[in-house]
Design a protein around this ligand. Sequence first.
Ligand SMILES: [Zn+2]
Length: 98
Amino acid sequence: MTIAVVGNELAIAFGDGSEVFLALDLLRRACPCAACQGEPDAMGRVIRPDVHIGEFGFELRRMEKVGGYALQLFWGDGHSTGIYSFDYLKRLAAAQSS
Ligand SMILES: [Zn+2]
């Protein structure tokens, strides 16, 4: 598996031969962490938080593989709680290109 930032995109070549290219701003807005996507309250409603993305927030500084199934992305504004599973990344790429 190969991961690289190419211009404004994250390029990932998976072990199965598939490749995805994801725009960094889309990736950040799709951050799957609870602070960005919200959590269901006691009634099961998901309140979408009002997310503030700081300066450099769309710059990807670092990434780390998590357990062989996901990537943790470290953004320029210090945000790093999002764990992006490979399935999620593939779904994002498919949604982006449709
Ligand atoms: Zn987040």
